[in-house]
Design a protein. Structure first.
Length: 143
């Protein structure tokens, strides 16, 4: 069986730290796979906020998730501190990728690699729109 492989950019645009919550632990006594998507959402919200933006306005457009990939590297446990690094890259006309690198805050070990394909969207018209130039320019120097 072939596995998903991600190639994360070396650049890091934002980092945040989150603690593994008891509500995110599964029957295997480790972080549930669906919780990673929630943590990515939290990191994404903080990423946008760091730049004075939100998912509903990244400079004149909203975003909607077009796809997602998660590659698990090791288990995480209750109370573990995770650092989530977020990088914007691969800008197209109407979309871009956000890459997430999860590491253990204490050891620095890689826990998870992930990507969300974000599509610029107009929720009023229910259609895709162009990536705002001002948003793409924030990250142009690191492309």
């Amino acid at each position: 069986m072939s596995r998903v492989k991600l190639h994360l950019p070396e650049t890091n645009h934002f980092s945040t730290e989150l603690h593994v919550r008891i509500s995110d632990i599964n029957y295997g006594n480790h972080l549930s796979n669906d919780a990673y998507l929630k943590y990515m959402h939290e990191a994404r919200m903080q990423f946008f906020s760091h730049y004075g933006l939100s998912e509903m306005d990244i400079g004149g457009a909203s975003v909607i998730m077009g796809d997602c990939a998660i590659v698990f590297k090791r288990e995480c446990f209750y109370k573990q501190r995770l650092v989530i690094h977020v990088t914007a890259a691969d800008f197209g006309t109407r979309s871009f990728n956000l890459y997430y690198k999860f590491t253990d805050a204490e050891s620095g070990q890689l826990v998870c690699e992930a990507k969300t394909g974000m599509v610029c969207y107009d929720y009023t018209l229910h259609k895709t729109v162009s990536v705002p130039h001002s948003f793409a320019q924030l990250f142009a120097a690191t492309q």
